[in-house]
Design a protein. Structure first.
Length: 160
């Protein structure tokens, strides 16, 4: 079943790359008590993700935070080392928290997985964005097919 507006996010352990290595992150703790703009994508270093999706959130981070977003987070079914390296490559700094759903546990739990096997990518996340307040989904924008519209930073910003 796919998550929907009004649902509480499942409690799953994902990870974040740090200078000391991967750090486990409980989704329950990460989303607790704050407003998070979460966007997810099929893969780090992939064309649309690197040229448009992540840069859009980096560019609009100040505006999102001015409208009440406490944290902007990028999630992908990649490992913490890859997500950390991609964040460094894209110079996200403190603007965006890079989260790794290495085994796809979170992605599967919310029903937003996709099969990228025909591209040699295996199981991955669909492209989406959401506003989460205190662990509850307030807005959810899932892309159809290979599109990049409703998960974009400017679209999510307009929902704040």
């Amino acid at each position: 079943m796919t998550i929907k507006v009004g649902d509480k996010l499942p409690s799953v352990t994902i990870s974040q790359g740090t200078s000391e290595g991967p750090r486990p992150v409980s989704t329950e703790e990460f989303f607790k008590g704050r407003t998070v703009a979460l966007f997810a994508l099929p893969g780090a270093f992939t064309p649309t993700c690197s040229a448009k999706h992540l840069p859009g959130f980096k560019q609009l981070a100040p505006e999102m935070k001015a409208k009440g977003v406490d944290v902007i987070a990028c999630l992908s079914v990649n490992d913490a080392f890859v997500m950390k390296a991609w964040g460094e490559d894209q110079a996200v700094g403190e603007d965006i928290v890079m989260l790794a759903d290495g085994n796809g546990d979170f992605t599967t739990a919310i029903g937003l997985e996709m099969d990228g096997s025909k591209f040699g990518m295996g199981k991955r996340s669909q492209r989406y964005s959401m506003i989460v307040k205190d662990g509850v989904v307030k807005e959810l924008n899932v892309e159809q097919g290979g599109e990049f519209k409703v998960s974009a930073a400017d679209y999510l910003l307009a929902q704040l």
